[in-house]
Design a protein around this ligand. Structure first.
Ligand code: SAM
Length: 225
């Protein structure tokens, strides 16, 4: 039987909705004073992250409080899933759940995805999840959006042939923006997925929030060409 986690044992931390704005920019673009910025690195000892010592099979970019990350790890303990999250408090909370529950195939890294993922080898990842990104709707904040040709290039590089990128958003303007970036990038075939086509058995924190409040959202599956 699949393990289930009693999350009431883990009171949620009080963390700010957004992190320090510098965290949304690649480290190489930042000048001057060093901020509280997540480490950027080129290699990872996978045996320090996952019990089977292997690299990840799935990535969850912007995993937030990690419900999807953790629950997905329980659906198949032979697959490793790695989350990236810029809010340090969220990563600490996830770490505590992972170690308290002795989970061996899941890890959240305090890491800003806009630095790319040079520590992940080409064509090794089956699925990448990018769910409910911060919308940054004000024009002057567009540059904080992580979804870009550079990020898509990294996702495309690490995905196996035919690998999938899954998207969800409840902000129509973000959906439009992401589809434009995808179209211009040109190396993914993508389309909206209804509930029948959506092959993920687990929901994210924000997806559960939207469903509870009857907030509409869209799902898109992108297949690497
Ligand atoms: C609205 S939350 C959604 C969380 C989760 N994916 C869900 O569906 O519940 C977006 C998350 O992305 C994180 N994030 C934003 N920019 C990021 C970046 N450059 N690298 C990693 N995480 C990022 C935010 O800190 C936040 O936790």
């Amino acid at each position: 039987m699949m393990k289930s986690i009693n999350y009431t044992k883990y009171p949620l931390p009080r963390i700010r909705h957004h992190a320090n704005p510098v965290l949304y920019f690649p480290l190489k673009q930042l000048k001057g004073e060093r901020f509280f910025y997540p480490p950027v690195f080129d290699s990872v000892e996978w045996n320090e992250l996952f019990q089977n010592g292997k690299p990840p099979d799935m990535l969850d970019i912007g995993c937030g409080l990690g419900r999807f990350l953790i629950e997905t790890s329980l659906t198949d303990e032979t697959k490793n899933i790695l989350g990236f999250e810029v809010r340090h408090g969220a990563v600490e909370w996830i770490d505590n759940v992972i170690s308290s529950e002795s989970l061996r195939n899941v890890k959240a890294l305090w890491y800003s995805a806009v630095n790319g993922f040079p520590f992940i080898k080409n064509e090794t990842i089956e699925k990448v999840f990018y769910f409910f990104p911060d919308p940054w709707v004000k024009k002057r904040h567009y540059k904080r959006r992580a979804f870009s040709a550079e990020l898509l290039g990294e996702i495309h590089r690490v995905l196996k042939p035919g690998g999938k990128l899954y998207l969800m958003t409840d902000v129509p303007e973000v959906d439009e923006f992401q589809q434009k970036v995808l179209k211009d990038f040109g190396k993914f075939e993508f389309s909206y997925a209804d509930s029948a086509a959506w092959d993920l058995p687990v929901k994210t924190n924000h997806e559960i929030f939207c469903e509870g409040r009857k907030i509409p959202f869209v799902r898109i599956i992108c297949v690497k060409q």
